[in-house]
Design a protein around this ligand. Structure first.
Ligand code: VGL
Ligand code: ZN
Length: 195
């Protein structure tokens, strides 16, 4: 039996207000994501939490040739999930960004604690439809959604539970357009119907 799953992307302190790479409105996604988490749990459907999890030295950071200030460094407070996000104690956490030679924006670059790649985890669980929310719209949400489509999954973007970095104004809007153009659907928490 095929089923849906929720993927909560990178809702970590460093991407919220006060963090090292704050996304404007990032924290505001938390209560909405909590409603989605409740809905999926109530329906008996799996929820996955990705986390950006970088070593101190990585080509992802400006200092070593990348684009970003240091953020989500392994084991730091900034890398922890936002304290108000309802992460169950037995949550399925997908860790990415550990390779010091790669950016790894996609949740599909991540692995669970047993070392299984996300695509494999979803296949093992019988998931054929992913609902993607979290941070940031123009980076990890975008890449996760696009990789989901490439993997042949149905993908629905949670329009009311994503926020973007917008290095350039309009980046997030463009990312949403691109995800839709490449086959993603969209929904909001008041209209979502889990099928
Ligand atoms: C992200 C920039 C750098 C993200 C991660 O989670 O979208 N963005 N690292
Ligand atoms: Zn990162």
């Amino acid at each position: 039996m095929m089923k849906s799953a929720l993927i909560v992307v990178d809702v970590q302190n460093d991407f919220c207000e006060g963090g090292a790479l704050p996304v404007k409105g990032g924290r505001g996604t938390v209560p909405v994501l909590n409603r989605y988490i409740d809905l999926f749990k109530a329906a008996g459907l799996p929820v996955y939490f990705t986390r950006d999890w970088h070593p101190q030295r990585t080509v992802h950071f400006k200092e070593y040739g990348g684009s970003w200030p240091p953020h989500c460094v392994q084991g730091t407070k900034g890398a922890e999930f936002h304290p108000e996000l309802k992460v169950p104690p037995d949550a399925a956490v997908i860790t990415k960004g550990e390779d010091p030679e790669k950016d790894s924006y996609s949740g599909f670059d991540g692995k669970d604690p047993d070392g299984r790649e996300l695509a494999r985890v979803l296949r093992d669980e019988g998931v054929d439809h992913i609902y993607v929310g979290g941070l940031a719209t123009d980076y990890c949400v975008r890449q996760t959604a696009l990789d989901g489509l490439k993997a042949g999954l149905r993908v629905t973007v949670l329009l009311d539970a994503i926020k973007g970095v917008d290095v350039k104004e309009g980046d997030s809007g463009q990312a949403i357009d691109e995800m839709i153009e490449k086959g993603a659907g969209t929904t909001t928490v008041d209209e979502v119907e889990l099928v």
